[in-house]
Design a protein around this ligand. Structure first.
Ligand SMILES: [Zn+2]
Length: 203
């Protein structure tokens, strides 16, 4: 039935996904009562805490975010969306997730509103890189990594509480929401993009 609805949409459907799609992959919902916050402090994604205690912030990130997500695999829902895209029935996936599981399932057009867990960025000069080697160095040294270009603190390329959402991704999401049709229309009008997005609150 979903497929026929999507055919009616002329291949213009847009999926909007959040934590719920990845819980079956073993990634906790960061905000639900059973979620990550029951085990660690929300400070792991707090930008003020990051600058106050960068080493501890990195330690929590590596243990509770990087290691958990690295071990996760896409589930049937991720794969179904990727297959629908391959069939030409889905135009894009807009996701609040940082876990890259849509891409690992084969989705190509993925807009990540909260960044991605497997990259680092330099808040000062904009340098970006894959995170893995910085994580490995952190495991050895226990020190938050520094930017190879400007020596500023490197930060996981994830939107933390207290940070704005990435403007290009946000603009693209609103544009897709305006132009998507069919089944997606009611759910994806700009006014219905979840509050956490429009309020600029990460994760
Ligand atoms: Zn830098």
């Amino acid at each position: 039935m979903l497929a026929s609805v999507l055919v009616d949409s002329g291949g213009n459907a847009v999926f909007f996904t959040g934590a719920g799609i990845s819980t079956e992959s073993g990634i906790p919902d960061f905000r639900s009562p059973q979620g990550l916050w029951t085990r660690i402090s929300p400070e792991v994604f707090d930008i003020e805490f990051f600058y106050r205690s960068p080493d501890e912030s990195w330690r929590m990130y590596v243990e509770h975010v990087y290691d958990v997500i690295s071990a996760a695999r896409p589930n049937a829902a991720h794969r179904a969306i990727a297959e629908l895209e391959a069939m030409g029935l889905v135009r894009a996936v807009i996701t609040q997730n940082i876990d890259r599981l849509h891409q690992k399932a084969g989705s190509r057009m993925v807009i990540e509103l909260h960044g991605a867990y497997d990259e680092v960025e330099c808040p000062s000069c904009g340098f970006r890189d894959k995170i893995d080697r910085y994580v490995e160095r952190f495991r050895l040294e226990g020190k938050a990594p520094r930017c190879p270009q400007c020596n500023y603190l490197l930060k996981p390329a994830v939107v933390y509480f207290g940070e704005p959402l990435p403007q290009a991704e946000l603009a693209e999401s609103f544009s897709l929401a305006r132009t998507s049709q069919g089944h997606g229309r009611r759910r994806h009008e700009p006014s219905r993009i979840p509050r956490s997005v429009s309020s600029g609150r990460g994760l």
